[in-house]
Ligand binder design. Structure first.
Ligand SMILES: [Zn+2]
Ligand SMILES: [Zn+2]
Length: 359
Protein backbone atom coordinates (compact mmCIF):
# COMPACT_ATOMS: atom_id res chain seq x y z
CA UNK A 1 0.00 0.00 0.00
CA UNK A 2 1.06 3.56 -0.64
CA UNK A 3 1.37 5.01 2.87
CA UNK A 4 3.12 8.26 3.65
CA UNK A 5 3.20 11.07 6.24
CA UNK A 6 2.20 14.58 5.16
CA UNK A 7 3.71 17.86 6.50
CA UNK A 8 1.90 17.51 9.85
CA UNK A 9 3.06 13.96 10.24
CA UNK A 10 -0.45 12.67 9.60
CA UNK A 11 -0.25 9.22 8.05
CA UNK A 12 -2.16 8.67 4.82
CA UNK A 13 -2.80 5.44 3.00
CA UNK A 14 -4.04 5.53 -0.58
CA UNK A 15 -6.29 2.70 -1.66
CA UNK A 16 -4.61 0.03 -3.76
CA UNK A 17 -7.80 -1.59 -5.09
CA UNK A 18 -11.58 -1.43 -4.89
CA UNK A 19 -13.02 -4.66 -3.51
CA UNK A 20 -12.42 -3.91 0.18
CA UNK A 21 -13.88 -0.41 -0.29
CA UNK A 22 -17.01 -1.81 -1.92
CA UNK A 23 -17.40 -4.40 0.85
CA UNK A 24 -17.09 -1.61 3.41
CA UNK A 25 -19.70 0.43 1.56
CA UNK A 26 -22.05 -2.57 1.65
CA UNK A 27 -21.58 -2.88 5.42
CA UNK A 28 -21.76 0.84 6.25
CA UNK A 29 -24.89 1.40 4.18
CA UNK A 30 -26.65 -1.79 5.23
CA UNK A 31 -26.95 -2.94 1.61
CA UNK A 32 -26.95 -6.55 2.83
CA UNK A 33 -30.51 -6.10 4.14
CA UNK A 34 -32.20 -6.13 0.73
CA UNK A 35 -32.89 -8.72 -1.93
CA UNK A 36 -29.93 -10.86 -2.85
CA UNK A 37 -27.83 -11.13 -4.90
CA UNK A 38 -26.53 -7.61 -4.90
CA UNK A 39 -24.72 -6.62 -8.09
CA UNK A 40 -22.46 -3.56 -8.04
CA UNK A 41 -19.81 -1.97 -10.20
CA UNK A 42 -17.28 0.80 -9.69
CA UNK A 43 -14.76 2.97 -11.53
CA UNK A 44 -12.13 4.42 -9.20
CA UNK A 45 -8.59 5.74 -9.03
CA UNK A 46 -6.06 3.70 -7.06
CA UNK A 47 -2.39 4.06 -6.16
CA UNK A 48 0.57 1.72 -6.15
CA UNK A 49 3.82 2.17 -4.31
CA UNK A 50 5.99 0.05 -6.63
CA UNK A 51 7.97 1.69 -9.36
CA UNK A 52 5.75 2.38 -12.39
CA UNK A 53 6.40 0.33 -15.55
CA UNK A 54 4.82 -0.08 -18.99
CA UNK A 55 1.08 0.40 -18.57
CA UNK A 56 1.43 0.57 -14.79
CA UNK A 57 1.26 4.03 -13.31
CA UNK A 58 1.56 5.40 -9.78
CA UNK A 59 -2.06 6.54 -9.98
CA UNK A 60 -4.22 4.28 -12.06
CA UNK A 61 -7.88 3.71 -12.81
CA UNK A 62 -9.75 0.57 -12.14
CA UNK A 63 -13.09 -0.78 -13.23
CA UNK A 64 -14.66 -3.61 -11.28
CA UNK A 65 -17.82 -5.60 -10.69
CA UNK A 66 -18.85 -7.30 -7.45
CA UNK A 67 -21.62 -9.76 -6.67
CA UNK A 68 -22.71 -10.29 -3.06
CA UNK A 69 -24.95 -12.86 -1.40
CA UNK A 70 -24.55 -15.82 -3.77
CA UNK A 71 -22.45 -18.79 -2.78
CA UNK A 72 -23.28 -21.02 -5.72
CA UNK A 73 -20.70 -21.60 -8.48
CA UNK A 74 -23.40 -20.25 -10.82
CA UNK A 75 -22.46 -16.80 -9.50
CA UNK A 76 -18.77 -17.41 -10.23
CA UNK A 77 -19.66 -18.50 -13.75
CA UNK A 78 -21.92 -15.50 -14.38
CA UNK A 79 -19.25 -13.08 -13.23
CA UNK A 80 -16.54 -14.71 -15.33
CA UNK A 81 -18.90 -14.58 -18.33
CA UNK A 82 -19.41 -10.88 -17.72
CA UNK A 83 -15.64 -10.29 -17.68
CA UNK A 84 -15.26 -12.43 -20.79
CA UNK A 85 -17.96 -10.53 -22.71
CA UNK A 86 -16.57 -7.22 -21.53
CA UNK A 87 -13.09 -7.99 -22.90
CA UNK A 88 -14.62 -9.26 -26.12
CA UNK A 89 -16.68 -6.09 -26.53
CA UNK A 90 -13.47 -4.06 -26.21
CA UNK A 91 -11.90 -6.14 -28.96
CA UNK A 92 -9.32 -7.70 -26.63
CA UNK A 93 -9.56 -11.14 -28.14
CA UNK A 94 -6.21 -12.76 -27.53
CA UNK A 95 -6.78 -13.70 -23.90
CA UNK A 96 -6.89 -17.01 -22.09
CA UNK A 97 -8.86 -17.63 -18.94
CA UNK A 98 -6.88 -19.18 -16.07
CA UNK A 99 -8.83 -20.48 -13.09
CA UNK A 100 -7.90 -22.05 -9.77
CA UNK A 101 -9.48 -22.83 -6.43
CA UNK A 102 -7.55 -21.85 -3.33
CA UNK A 103 -9.90 -23.51 -0.86
CA UNK A 104 -11.69 -22.25 2.21
CA UNK A 105 -10.84 -21.70 5.90
CA UNK A 106 -11.55 -25.40 6.42
CA UNK A 107 -9.04 -26.82 3.94
CA UNK A 108 -6.56 -24.01 3.35
CA UNK A 109 -4.66 -24.12 6.69
CA UNK A 110 -3.60 -27.69 5.96
CA UNK A 111 -2.50 -26.72 2.48
CA UNK A 112 -0.61 -23.70 3.79
CA UNK A 113 1.25 -25.94 6.23
CA UNK A 114 2.37 -28.24 3.43
CA UNK A 115 3.37 -25.28 1.33
CA UNK A 116 5.49 -23.72 4.08
CA UNK A 117 7.10 -27.12 4.69
CA UNK A 118 7.97 -27.39 0.99
CA UNK A 119 9.36 -23.87 0.56
CA UNK A 120 11.24 -23.92 3.89
CA UNK A 121 13.45 -26.70 2.52
CA UNK A 122 14.41 -24.40 -0.37
CA UNK A 123 14.37 -21.13 1.55
CA UNK A 124 17.96 -20.13 0.68
CA UNK A 125 17.23 -20.12 -3.05
CA UNK A 126 14.04 -18.01 -2.86
CA UNK A 127 14.23 -14.29 -3.66
CA UNK A 128 14.33 -11.89 -0.67
CA UNK A 129 10.67 -10.97 -1.05
CA UNK A 130 9.62 -14.61 -1.03
CA UNK A 131 11.76 -15.39 1.99
CA UNK A 132 9.67 -12.92 3.98
CA UNK A 133 6.49 -14.13 2.25
CA UNK A 134 7.23 -17.52 3.76
CA UNK A 135 6.31 -15.97 7.12
CA UNK A 136 3.57 -13.57 6.00
CA UNK A 137 1.78 -14.96 2.93
CA UNK A 138 3.33 -18.17 1.55
CA UNK A 139 0.68 -18.49 -1.18
CA UNK A 140 2.10 -15.45 -2.91
CA UNK A 141 5.37 -17.28 -3.57
CA UNK A 142 3.41 -19.22 -6.17
CA UNK A 143 2.91 -16.18 -8.37
CA UNK A 144 6.36 -14.61 -7.89
CA UNK A 145 7.82 -13.48 -11.21
CA UNK A 146 11.43 -14.34 -10.35
CA UNK A 147 12.61 -17.22 -12.58
CA UNK A 148 14.19 -19.13 -9.68
CA UNK A 149 11.08 -18.85 -7.50
CA UNK A 150 9.02 -19.94 -10.49
CA UNK A 151 11.16 -22.97 -11.00
CA UNK A 152 10.94 -23.91 -7.32
CA UNK A 153 7.17 -23.35 -7.33
CA UNK A 154 6.68 -25.79 -10.19
CA UNK A 155 6.86 -28.78 -7.88
CA UNK A 156 5.13 -27.17 -4.92
CA UNK A 157 2.00 -28.77 -3.45
CA UNK A 158 -1.06 -27.70 -5.44
CA UNK A 159 -4.16 -26.14 -3.85
CA UNK A 160 -6.49 -28.30 -5.94
CA UNK A 161 -5.05 -31.46 -4.31
CA UNK A 162 -5.97 -30.24 -0.84
CA UNK A 163 -9.56 -29.05 -1.37
CA UNK A 164 -12.27 -30.24 1.00
CA UNK A 165 -15.32 -31.89 -0.59
CA UNK A 166 -17.37 -28.68 -0.56
CA UNK A 167 -14.61 -26.75 -2.30
CA UNK A 168 -14.05 -29.57 -4.78
CA UNK A 169 -17.75 -29.66 -5.72
CA UNK A 170 -17.85 -25.90 -6.00
CA UNK A 171 -14.88 -25.88 -8.38
CA UNK A 172 -16.39 -28.68 -10.49
CA UNK A 173 -19.67 -26.74 -10.61
CA UNK A 174 -17.85 -23.73 -12.01
CA UNK A 175 -16.01 -25.78 -14.64
CA UNK A 176 -19.25 -27.44 -15.84
CA UNK A 177 -20.87 -24.07 -16.32
CA UNK A 178 -17.93 -22.60 -18.18
CA UNK A 179 -18.00 -25.60 -20.51
CA UNK A 180 -21.75 -25.17 -20.98
CA UNK A 181 -21.29 -21.58 -22.20
CA UNK A 182 -18.24 -22.46 -24.29
CA UNK A 183 -15.75 -20.31 -22.44
CA UNK A 184 -12.36 -21.97 -22.77
CA UNK A 185 -10.24 -22.10 -19.61
CA UNK A 186 -7.23 -23.76 -18.13
CA UNK A 187 -6.73 -24.73 -14.51
CA UNK A 188 -3.63 -22.85 -13.43
CA UNK A 189 -2.50 -23.84 -9.94
CA UNK A 190 -0.15 -20.87 -9.76
CA UNK A 191 -2.98 -18.33 -9.86
CA UNK A 192 -3.48 -17.35 -6.22
CA UNK A 193 -4.31 -13.62 -6.39
CA UNK A 194 -2.17 -12.07 -3.66
CA UNK A 195 -4.86 -10.85 -1.31
CA UNK A 196 -5.66 -12.66 1.91
CA UNK A 197 -9.40 -12.38 1.60
CA UNK A 198 -9.86 -14.67 -1.39
CA UNK A 199 -11.51 -18.07 -0.99
CA UNK A 200 -12.21 -20.82 -3.52
CA UNK A 201 -12.41 -19.43 -7.07
CA UNK A 202 -9.64 -17.18 -8.34
CA UNK A 203 -9.22 -16.31 -12.00
CA UNK A 204 -7.28 -14.17 -14.44
CA UNK A 205 -7.68 -13.31 -18.09
CA UNK A 206 -4.17 -13.29 -19.46
CA UNK A 207 -3.38 -11.44 -22.66
CA UNK A 208 -0.58 -12.56 -24.92
CA UNK A 209 -0.38 -9.09 -26.43
CA UNK A 210 1.38 -6.86 -23.89
CA UNK A 211 4.49 -8.68 -22.72
CA UNK A 212 5.36 -10.63 -19.61
CA UNK A 213 3.09 -8.86 -17.13
CA UNK A 214 -0.04 -9.61 -19.00
CA UNK A 215 -3.04 -10.06 -16.72
CA UNK A 216 -5.74 -7.76 -18.12
CA UNK A 217 -8.50 -8.72 -15.73
CA UNK A 218 -8.57 -10.75 -12.54
CA UNK A 219 -10.78 -11.59 -9.64
CA UNK A 220 -12.06 -14.15 -7.24
CA UNK A 221 -14.39 -15.16 -4.46
CA UNK A 222 -14.08 -13.59 -1.01
CA UNK A 223 -16.66 -15.23 1.24
CA UNK A 224 -15.00 -14.07 4.48
CA UNK A 225 -14.31 -10.45 3.65
CA UNK A 226 -17.59 -8.78 4.63
CA UNK A 227 -17.60 -10.51 8.00
CA UNK A 228 -13.92 -9.73 8.51
CA UNK A 229 -14.56 -5.98 8.23
CA UNK A 230 -17.41 -6.04 10.71
CA UNK A 231 -20.41 -7.02 8.58
CA UNK A 232 -22.59 -10.12 8.54
CA UNK A 233 -21.62 -13.45 6.97
CA UNK A 234 -22.07 -12.53 3.32
CA UNK A 235 -20.38 -14.21 0.40
CA UNK A 236 -18.98 -12.22 -2.47
CA UNK A 237 -17.18 -12.54 -5.76
CA UNK A 238 -15.80 -9.93 -8.12
CA UNK A 239 -13.31 -8.93 -10.73
CA UNK A 240 -11.34 -5.81 -11.58
CA UNK A 241 -9.44 -4.51 -14.57
CA UNK A 242 -6.96 -1.66 -14.83
CA UNK A 243 -8.29 0.78 -17.40
CA UNK A 244 -4.80 1.91 -18.50
CA UNK A 245 -3.75 -1.66 -19.11
CA UNK A 246 -6.96 -2.40 -20.99
CA UNK A 247 -6.21 0.55 -23.24
CA UNK A 248 -2.71 -0.81 -23.84
CA UNK A 249 -4.08 -4.26 -24.65
CA UNK A 250 -6.56 -2.67 -27.06
CA UNK A 251 -3.76 -0.82 -28.85
CA UNK A 252 -1.37 -3.75 -29.13
CA UNK A 253 -4.20 -6.06 -30.12
CA UNK A 254 -5.05 -3.53 -32.85
CA UNK A 255 -8.58 -3.48 -31.48
CA UNK A 256 -8.45 0.28 -31.33
CA UNK A 257 -8.38 2.00 -34.68
CA UNK A 258 -8.10 5.74 -34.62
CA UNK A 259 -10.84 7.19 -36.78
CA UNK A 260 -9.94 9.57 -39.60
CA UNK A 261 -13.59 10.46 -40.02
CA UNK A 262 -14.17 14.20 -40.22
CA UNK A 263 -17.28 16.26 -39.57
CA UNK A 264 -20.40 15.84 -41.72
CA UNK A 265 -20.30 19.41 -42.91
CA UNK A 266 -17.95 22.36 -43.01
CA UNK A 267 -19.52 25.76 -43.60
CA UNK A 268 -17.10 28.23 -45.17
CA UNK A 269 -18.10 31.86 -44.54
CA UNK A 270 -16.99 34.99 -46.36
CA UNK A 271 -17.27 38.10 -44.19
CA UNK A 272 -18.78 38.92 -40.80
CA UNK A 273 -22.40 38.70 -41.93
CA UNK A 274 -21.92 35.21 -43.39
CA UNK A 275 -19.96 34.14 -40.33
CA UNK A 276 -22.94 35.04 -38.12
CA UNK A 277 -25.35 33.12 -40.39
CA UNK A 278 -22.95 30.16 -40.46
CA UNK A 279 -22.91 30.03 -36.65
CA UNK A 280 -26.73 29.89 -36.63
CA UNK A 281 -26.87 27.20 -39.30
CA UNK A 282 -24.21 25.12 -37.52
CA UNK A 283 -26.23 25.26 -34.29
CA UNK A 284 -29.48 24.19 -36.03
CA UNK A 285 -27.83 21.35 -37.92
CA UNK A 286 -26.02 20.29 -34.75
CA UNK A 287 -29.33 20.02 -32.96
CA UNK A 288 -30.61 17.79 -35.75
CA UNK A 289 -27.59 15.56 -35.30
CA UNK A 290 -25.00 16.69 -37.83
CA UNK A 291 -21.41 17.19 -36.82
CA UNK A 292 -20.83 20.64 -38.20
CA UNK A 293 -17.89 23.03 -38.22
CA UNK A 294 -17.34 26.56 -39.41
CA UNK A 295 -14.42 29.01 -39.48
CA UNK A 296 -13.29 30.30 -36.08
CA UNK A 297 -9.95 31.89 -36.91
CA UNK A 298 -10.74 34.27 -39.82
CA UNK A 299 -9.19 32.25 -42.67
CA UNK A 300 -9.56 33.32 -46.29
CA UNK A 301 -12.03 31.32 -48.41
CA UNK A 302 -9.18 29.42 -50.04
CA UNK A 303 -7.65 28.58 -46.66
CA UNK A 304 -11.06 27.53 -45.33
CA UNK A 305 -11.54 25.08 -48.21
CA UNK A 306 -8.03 23.71 -47.64
CA UNK A 307 -8.90 23.27 -43.97
CA UNK A 308 -12.18 21.47 -44.80
CA UNK A 309 -10.17 19.07 -46.91
CA UNK A 310 -7.62 18.53 -44.20
CA UNK A 311 -10.18 17.66 -41.52
CA UNK A 312 -11.85 15.33 -44.00
CA UNK A 313 -15.28 16.95 -43.95
CA UNK A 314 -17.88 14.93 -45.89
CA UNK A 315 -19.68 18.03 -47.22
CA UNK A 316 -18.94 21.73 -47.57
CA UNK A 317 -21.18 24.73 -48.00
CA UNK A 318 -19.99 28.21 -48.97
CA UNK A 319 -21.80 31.21 -47.49
CA UNK A 320 -21.21 34.69 -48.92
CA UNK A 321 -23.36 37.84 -49.33
CA UNK A 322 -24.83 36.41 -52.56
CA UNK A 323 -26.01 33.22 -50.90
CA UNK A 324 -27.45 35.08 -47.95
CA UNK A 325 -29.51 37.43 -50.12
CA UNK A 326 -30.76 34.65 -52.41
CA UNK A 327 -31.39 32.30 -49.46
CA UNK A 328 -29.82 29.33 -51.19
CA UNK A 329 -26.34 27.80 -51.48
CA UNK A 330 -24.40 24.95 -53.04
CA UNK A 331 -23.90 21.90 -50.86
CA UNK A 332 -20.84 20.06 -52.12
CA UNK A 333 -20.19 16.37 -51.62
CA UNK A 334 -16.43 16.20 -51.09
CA UNK A 335 -16.19 12.59 -52.18
CA UNK A 336 -17.62 12.92 -55.68
CA UNK A 337 -17.68 16.69 -56.10
CA UNK A 338 -21.43 16.67 -56.76
CA UNK A 339 -23.26 19.90 -55.88
CA UNK A 340 -26.83 20.28 -54.68
CA UNK A 341 -28.73 23.53 -54.38
CA UNK A 342 -30.11 23.85 -50.83
CA UNK A 343 -32.56 26.22 -49.16
CA UNK A 344 -30.71 27.95 -46.30
CA UNK A 345 -33.90 28.53 -44.31
CA UNK A 346 -34.64 24.80 -44.34
CA UNK A 347 -32.08 23.12 -42.04
CA UNK A 348 -34.13 19.93 -42.10
CA UNK A 349 -33.67 19.48 -45.84
CA UNK A 350 -29.92 20.22 -45.63
CA UNK A 351 -29.71 17.61 -42.89
CA UNK A 352 -31.58 15.07 -45.02
CA UNK A 353 -29.42 15.72 -48.09
CA UNK A 354 -26.24 15.19 -46.10
CA UNK A 355 -27.53 12.09 -44.36
CA UNK A 356 -28.93 10.54 -47.56
CA UNK A 357 -25.74 10.91 -49.56
CA UNK A 358 -23.30 10.38 -46.75
CA UNK A 359 -23.36 6.60 -46.77
ZN1 LIG B 1 -12.60 -26.07 1.54
ZN1 LIG C 1 10.23 -14.76 -5.31
Amino acid sequence: MYTFADRDGTSYTLRPEGTASVARAVVENGLFGGTMPLKLFYIINCFRHERPQAGRYREFYQFGAELFGAESPAADAELIMLAHDFLKALGIGNTTLHINSIGCPKCRPHYKEELVKYFSLKKERLCNTCQSRLETNPLRILDCKSPICREIAENAPKTVDFLCDDCKNHFEGLKSRLKEVNIGFQVDVNIVRGLDYYTRTVFEFISTGIGAQSTVCGGGRYDGLVHQIGGPELSGIGFAAGINRLALAMETGSAYVESDEGPDLYIAAIGENASIKAAGLCAKLGELGLVCETDLVGRSLKAQMKYANKINSAFTLILGDGEISSGSAQLRNMKDGQQTDVDLSNAESIFKTVKREDV
